[in-house]
Design a binder for this molecule. Structure first.
Ligand code: SF4
Length: 363
């Protein structure tokens, strides 16, 4: 019997009661849909999505702030493709770009620094979205700008930290989450200990693993076994991915540049110590100070249920707009825009719901 089949067989043997698990990471959610794992699981095993899509958790007010800076004279906004399309209260970076604002699509923060060097008469602004794993790269870029004396580069810090938000969600008894499936990505700076503490505090199971179907199934088996035995210990399989020396170095760089503060999340409000701001010593590289930015919640699109979806309260087909008013070609909310967004993954890979909604069958 191959590994995947053996894991599925074990799941069918051990899932003997309703169990709800949260798949925190957008990439793992996408893999579950892409490899059709969800359809193969025992009926009692209920998977909900978590807040692990960095673009999806950005409040409309943050997008409004990015836009306010982007439309200023002599500013180049350098941002990732997904972020450009996300709507704020009224506009997106993409729409203001069509109206003449200078917005360039980049892949990494170092690309933004290269633009700053190439365009000395402009100020290059990088809206830094992402989770813990993104922080070392952004911090490194800021330190690199400082060491090379590049002063026309700055960052809007919008990085989010997952553990405080998961902690908040686990306090909600209605969610009834019994375990967390997390990805290796989280291990760059926050490491498995933060998740082990969450598991113990909330009496839930927790597993950190990879993105292949076998990795995911192994994680689900591990979680269900933990729930059955009541031994809630986070499993740090990714110790092989990041050595502790690398983690220590990443943490050192991050703490040189950032510190944690209470931060707004889309639909979840202001969460204690869940985001980073730039230290005063590096304020030259802090766009919030250079442009006097204040973040507000903004106005979400009224049809959109992304807030419920990223907090495990509903799934994309529960949204009346899914596949009708909202598709990847004409998206309403960030969960349909981002590649990591659960609505876009559902639309792309879950042909059952798509054919039901659009009246066609998969060939
Ligand atoms: S389907 Fe579209 S409108 Fe509905 S929650 Fe997802 S992104 Fe928002």
């Amino acid at each position: 019997m191959n590994r995947k089949k053996a894991l599925l067989t074990e799941l069918y043997d051990i899932v003997d009661r309703p169990i709800r698990l949260m798949v925190v990471c957008g990439t793992q959610n996408r893999a579950i849909l892409q490899y059709r794992i969800r359809e193969q699981l025992p009926a009692y095993l209920d998977l909900v999505a978590g807040p692990g899509c960095s673009v999806c958790v950005m409040p409309a007010g943050h997008i409004d702030a990015f836009i306010k800076v982007a439309v200023q004279r002599d500013v180049i906004t350098a941002a990732c493709d997904d972020l450009i399309k996300v709507p704020g209260s009224r506009e997106s970076l993409e729409s203001v770009m069509h109206d003449g604002a200078c917005v360039e699509m980049i892949i990494s923060p170092m690309d933004a620094l290269d633009i700053a060097q190439r365009e000395p008469d402009k100020i290059v602004v990088y809206p830094a979205v992402g989770f813990e794993a993104t922080a070392p790269g952004v911090a490194e870029t800021i330190l690199e700008a400082a060491s090379r004396g590049i002063e026309n580069f700055c960052v809007i810090p919008a990085i989010r930290l997952l553990p405080p938000t998961i902690d908040l969600l686990m306090h909600d008894p209605d969610l009834n989450i019994r375990g967390l499936l997390c990805s290796d990505h989280i291990n760059t700076i926050s490491d498995a200990h933060a998740y082990a503490s969450l598991a113990i505090k909330h009496n839930i199971s927790c597993y950190i693993g990879g993105f292949e179907p076998e990795d995911i199934l192994e994680g689900l088996v591990y979680l269900v076994r933990q729930i059955r035995t009541g031994e809630f210990i986070s499993d740090d399989t990714s110790a092989f991915v990041y050595s502790s020396a690398e983690k220590q170095e990443a943490r050192k760089i991050v703490s040189q540049v950032f510190f944690a503060v209470d931060t707004l999340w889309r639909g979840l409000g202001n969460i204690e110590q869940s985001g980073f701001v730039i230290r005063d010593e590096l304020s030259l590289y802090d766009a919030t100070k250079r442009f006097n930015i204040r973040f507000s919640e903004g106005q979400e699109q009224c049809l959109c249920q992304c807030s419920d979806i990223i907090s495990g309260r509903s799934l994309p087909p529960d949204c009346p707009a899914f596949g009708m008013a909202c598709t990847p070609q004409s998206p309403i909310g960030p969960c349909m825009i981002s590649d990591e967004g659960i609505c876009s993954s559902y639309f792309k890979y879950n042909l059952d719901s798509r054919s039901y909604l659009l009246g066609y069958t998969a060939s």
